[in-house]
Design a protein around this ligand. Structure first.
Ligand code: IPM
Ligand code: MG
Length: 397
């Protein structure tokens, strides 16, 4: 036996266990939910990100400022641009989120976030942690809520992806035992599983949906995913009338493309990594990851983002103006909904669906074969302002 390696492993693992036990205890103390209506001003922080981020942010800001014109004028809502969350600044400071940026974020109530580059080993930037993952952890944004809809095919899915645990929480804390043997770790806690599963059941109850699908790989990943299922069963006791069924991630990915079966899924809840994969698959069916939005919800903070990356290749190839702003605009709509601007969010959602899925008068291809993001945004704004928006929408569904 190679004793120094074992001793090192023991120290490393003990440290991880200690930190997770502490995190778990913290989770058990309840935090107060913000009452957005009572805030004046309600501060929206807008991170423009990098790559195509600033380009699609500009368009999204146009949409938001037109919707919230009166609120901004009356001082009820305040916009703050958070400029420092770029890969260049993060690499310079060698931090996933530089300290001053984190302070700025924490001074806001809700955050809208454009894509930020996630470095990888061997890439052009130092291999710092993903800003998304760090923000989810730092602001304890435990629920990643991702809707996917294909109305003409009867698909109406709501994914509840656990956002602060799984492989992610310790993703940058793996361990190499010598040169040849490497480990990463996955952690699921009882309170962590409970809060996301409860949110999924709550959503099902509010929307009169009688089944919650719980996705794991508990037949193989027995301890952590096993706990997730156990908690699902316990939470379900509090929701009579809603049944839950367990699916394994492999067959779930298959069934999402089965046109007969997939319309029966409505609410799905799952640990972090499975949710990462499944929601990209689902978004692709809806029209591409560029069409999806994502909400990261915690108790004190909430952050809304596009689910795609920063597409640095589009920038290096000079195609930035053709980037699709729909996903970030959709995220902005989810944010409006979350902070209580329900009618405005509904209008925006309808206009977006008409432009991206039904009427499709303009196509955006990411190149000069389609329209620019600005032109597409003009199209959405025009649709949103049209008097017959509701009738038009009804005629499509
Ligand atoms: C997402 C992204 C992130 C994730 C990346 C950028 C770290 O893929 O939000 O789904 O894996 O969560
Ligand atoms: Mg992803």
């Amino acid at each position: 036996m190679n004793d120094p390696i074992i001793a090192n492993a023991q120290r490393h693992f003990a440290e991880l266990v200690r930190a997770q036990l502490e995190r778990c205890e913290k989770m058990k103390t309840t935090q107060e939910q913000l009452d957005y209506r009572a805030l004046k001003p309600l501060i929206i922080g807008f991170c423009w990100g990098d790559g195509i981020g600033p380009i699609i942010s500009q368009e999204t800001e146009r949409v938001l400022k037109s919707i919230l014109k009166d609120e901004i004028a009356s001082g009820r809502v305040e916009f703050r641009t958070i400029a420092g969350l770029t890969i260049e600044n993060r690499a310079k400071q060698m931090k996933a989120i530089p300290d001053d940026v984190l302070q700025e974020l924490k001074a806001c109530h809700v955050i809208l976030k454009a894509p930020t580059t996630t470095p990888e080993k061997g890439g052009p930037y130092p291999n710092i942690e993903s800003a998304n993952v760090a923000m989810r952890r730092e602001l304890d944004l435990f629920a990643n809520v991702r809707p996917v809809k294909i109305p003409q095919e009867g698909v109406d899915w709501m994914f509840f992806r656990e956002n602060t645990e799984g492989e992610y929480v310790l993703g940058s804390k793996g361990f190499a035992a010598g040169d040849d043997v490497t480990f990463d770790f996955k952690v699921i806690t009882r309170p962590g599983a409970e809060r996301i599963i409860r949110m999924a059941f709550d959503y099902a109850r509010k929307n009169n949906i009688n089944t919650v699908t719980v996705v794991t790989k508990a037949n193989v990943v027995k301890t952590t995913d096993g706990l997730f299922l156990e908690v699902a069963d316990q939470v379900a006791q509090d929701f009579p009338g809603i049944k839950w069924e367990g699916w394994y991630i492999d067959i779930m990915t298959a069934k999402l493309i089965d046109p007969k079966r997939r319309t029966q899924f409505r609410v799905m809840v799952m640990p972090n990594l499975y949710g990462d994969i499944l929601t990209d698959e689902a978004a692709e069916m809806q029209g591409g990851v560029g069409t999806a939005g994502s909400a990261n919800i915690g108790t004190r903070y909430a952050m809304f983002e596009a689910i795609h990356g920063s597409a640095p290749r589009m920038i290096s190839e000079g195609r930035g103006q053709y980037a699709d702003p729909s996903s970030l605009i959709k995220a902005a709509g989810m944010m409006l909904n979350h902070i209580g601007y329900i009618e405005q969010a509904d209008k925006l959602q309808k206009a977006l669906e008409i432009c991206t899925q039904f009427e499709k008068k303009m196509t955006i291809t990411g190149r000069d074969t389609g329209v620019t993001g600005r032109e597409f945004c003009d199209y959405i704004l025009k649709k949103m302002g049209s008097a017959d928006l509701d009738e038009k929408y009804q005629s499509y569904i």
